[in-house]
Ligand binder design. Structure first.
Ligand code: G3H
Ligand code: 13P
Ligand code: ZN
Length: 328
């Protein structure tokens, strides 16, 4: 059944676990996640970006999700709008039946320019107002995502060209978070603690202090009733990169967020963990392998099946590692 994000995250908080939130764009990803959740007995957060709606089309996306709910009636499913760029995008998502929206007011509506604090409060507050009146959950974002290794802002968020940033600029401020939550009444808050989007997060194998776990703890202690969200949480498994390279792909040396670091985050108050890149890597590796090993095959089902299996494997591993397995 479709449930609200607030319901799922409240349960996760009460029971001390975290929930992966996987991005979806097509049938194979939706079915991979649902098969994994069914096997692991985990609740599900599926999220779609503006890019996903553009790729699949609003109607197809909407019906894919309702198909998932219909096929697995015993699994609680949240349909979440990822990185809504404006109140209008969030409103459109709600009209499509989404039970949760992210108003990403950390950036202006162009998705690139870093927004003022006042702008972020204004748009987040507006979205909370119309969402809460109909039981839809709201995630907001405060801070600039970026790597504490390279001290660079998130490239996908348009900060790449800004050059080096300071540690404080790359971490969500504790008092500002408290002020922001009080002003907006958002249910969940995406915070900057050292993660960034995409496959290229770290240039070296991360050591223990790659995430600002202390900051997570401080923010959680200050705003215990607001669920913390980690974006850019793919682990970029080396074996998936190796498979892509082995079968003709060109991917440079790169590292993601180790699962153990995410587990530390969960212990300190993180409840929603966003993952897109790992599923992309898994599917790409499987498809590359299939084409090389089976050059005469041309039925899309033949190569999409192993791609779906590979995505499913990633999902099961995260459900188990984050503790949501067995909680459906
Ligand atoms: O935060 C970004 C997610 O990975 C979605 O990516 O905008 O390419 O769909 P996308
Ligand atoms: P990754 O690129 O690390 O998978 O992060 C996805 C994300 O944060 C979607 O909002
Ligand atoms: Zn994100």
């Amino acid at each position: 059944a479709l449930v609200s994000l607030r319901q799922l995250l409240d349960h996760a908080a009460e029971n001390g676990y975290g929930l992966p939130a996987f991005n979806v764009n097509n049938l194979e990803q939706v079915t991979a996640i649902m098969e994994a959740a069914n096997e692991a007995d985990s609740p599900v957060i599926m999220q779609a970006s503006a890019g996903a709606r553009k790729y699949a089309g609003e109607a197809f996306l909407r019906h894919l999700i309702s198909a998932a709910v219909e096929a697995y009636p015993h699994i609680p499913v949240v349909m979440h709008q990822d990185h809504g760029q404006s109140p209008a995008v969030c409103m459109a998502a709600i009209k499509s039946g989404f039970t949760s929206v992210m108003m990403d007011g950390s950036l202006e509506a162009d998705g690139k320019t870093v927004a003022s604090y006042e702008y972020n409060i204004d748009v987040s507050k507006e979205v909370v107002k119309f969402s809460h009146s109909i039981g839809v959950t709201v995630e907001a974002e405060l801070g600039v995502l970026g790597s504490l290794e390279t001290m660079q802002g998130d490239k996908e968020d348009g900060h790449g060209a800004d050059g080096k940033m300071t540690r404080e600029q790359l971490l969500t401020d504790v008092e500002q978070a408290a002020d922001f939550v009080k002003a907006t009444q958002c249910d969940a808050l995406a915070i900057a603690i050292g993660t960034s989007h995409g496959a290229y997060k770290f240039t070296k194998k991360p050591t223990g202090d790659i995430l600002a776990i202390d900051r997570i703890k401080e923010i959680h202690t200050r705003i215990p009733n607001t669920h913390l969200v980690m974006h850019g949480s793919s682990s970029v498994p080396q074996e998936l990169l190796a498979e892509i390279r082995q079968f003709g792909g060109d991917m440079k040396e790169t590292y993601g967020v180790p699962v153990e670091e995410i587990q530390e985050g969960i212990k300190n108050g993180v409840r929603k963990i966003n993952i897109d890149t790992d599923i992309r890597l898994a599917m790409t590796g499987a498809i590359r392998r299939y084409f090389i090993e089976n050059p005469s095959k041309f039925d899309p089902r033949d190569y999409l099946k192993p791609a779906r299996e590979a995505a499913k494997k990633v999902c099961i591993a995260r459900f188990q590692a984050f503790g949501s397995a067995g909680q459906a």
